[in-house]
Design a protein around this ligand. Sequence first.
Ligand code: AMP
Length: 283
Amino acid sequence: MPPRPQIITSITAMQAQALAWRAAGKRIGLVPTMGALHEGHLSLVEAARKENDFTVATIFVNPTQFGPREDFAKYPRTLEQDIALLSPAGCDVVFAPTAEEMYPPHCTTAIEPPQVASVLEGTFRPGHFRGVCTVVLKLFELVPSERAYFGQKDYQQQLVLRHMVRDLNLPVKIVTCPIVREANGLALSSRNRYLSDAERNSALGLSVALQRVSHACQQGESDGATLRDLMRSTLTEHGIDRIDYATLVQADTLEELSVIRSPAVALIACHVGTTRLIDNQCL
Ligand code: AMP
């Protein structure tokens, strides 16, 4: 059994440890998370462990990426459980700073996100990617890493971060890991714990809609309107009536497609009860 990870809460201590590793020629794999960990997060740690000398998981519920009417206050915070999950995963350091540590009162600098942040989540969560880019860039500076691991679950997020890394010439490689799902298809999410049993059934609508679209594409259907209708009707069939988007876009630009051609991605964001869920599928 690997040893319990070292828990670091101060920026100075984290940066000192990371720089010492780098000075010794070691490669660091960084896994940024907001905690409330599940198998999806652990798959990122697993990938990082395989490809680097040291793995740092960060647990930080980043206030700047939540809108004023979003679930920042009630977002699950389960640090002890998270550490227990990370220990057998072979994580070397858990960096878990407080909000005051990351954003002292003088901290007013922020990152202007790239163009691909302006659609989809950017429309429904104004300011979200500004918060994401700012905190991730801070983490990259705190933990100078060879590679940073993100989930395809947040498709647009990993794309936004890839563009940020490219545009700002950051010396880190973004690695995108596949979506981990329950056996029934539901994509694992920290927010799934908000769902009642009935809502969990409704939530299956997201993965079913994506499976149907994928199947239809494989059968030769390429009409965007038909495929969007298929996604919407599947969500409605599962009792989901508040849909932020259910769409098909070009995989690199996120441009809406009227005729589907590869590489494309189908993306859904919708509300199940009071819980907002997202999922996607590459086509
Ligand atoms: P979060 O804690 O929700 O900010 O997620 C931290 C990282 O875990 C992000 O890169 C997510 O995309 C990734 N992640 C979340 N859920 C999953 C999942 N079901 N499969 C793979 N990666 C995931």
